[in-house]
Write a protein that binds this ligand. Structure first.
Ligand code: PNS
Length: 173
């Protein structure tokens, strides 16, 4: 039977419980799932370095046999070809996500018709959750329990304190 390898791409700055929910769902559907952190120059400054984002994702997925964590630069479709992946996994939380996700999926399909985009919904309790909202809550010292794993919360609290001590503006958007 054909093996399905999927790429779950994203910025993961930082990984949230919503991302993890999707990873748990995806690893049941696909033979192999590569969580791929994009080094996206358009996204401006990220709160965490690529190495830190990778470390957090690896720690949170270490127990799952068919999940690996990697990073990529440039076009997602080139990365899919390089990894012999036949699918891209993306999460859709609300109708507002759909337009952008549809545009990306169709453009990716135009570039590489052999790769299918598969949309999955995270649990409803994560439907309002995003990395940017988590960063904003962290900046203002709000509660993060239930939104990110404890390890990620520790990293967030530490990073916010470091930035504050250095009087550096913290990216929330
Ligand atoms: O977590 P995000 O920021 O929603 O992820 C967006 C991401 C990384 C999946 C998207 O920006 C992407 O695929 N970037 C790689 C560059 C690329 O292939 N762009 C063309 C998309 S049609």
């Amino acid at each position: 039977m054909k093996q399905i390898a999927a790429i779950y791409p994203g910025s993961f700055d930082p990984v949230t419980n919503g991302h993890l929910d999707l990873i748990y769902r995806g690893c049941k559907l696909f033979d192999h799932l590569i969580v791929a952190i994009a080094q996206n120059p358009d996204k401006g400054g990220s709160l965490f370095s690529l190495g830190e984002r990778m470390e957090m994702l690896r720690a949170m997925t270490a127990e799952i046999d068919n999940v690996t964590v990697d990073a990529f630069e440039g076009l997602l479709m080139n990365y899919c070809i390089e990894k012999h992946a036949n699918a891209v996994l993306r999460g859709i939380r609300a109708v507002s996500d759909y337009e952008f996700e549809l545009q990306m999926a169709l453009m990716n399909r135009k570039m590489e018709p052999s790769v299918e985009t598969v949309f999955m919904m995270p649990a409803e309790k994560y439907s309002y959750l995003s990395s940017s909202i988590v960063r904003e809550i962290a900046v203002f010292g709000g509660p993060l329990n239930g939104l990110v794993p404890e390890l990620v919360e520790e990293h967030l609290r530490r990073r916010v304190a470091e930035k504050r001590a250095a009087a550096v503006e913290i990216p929330t958007k």
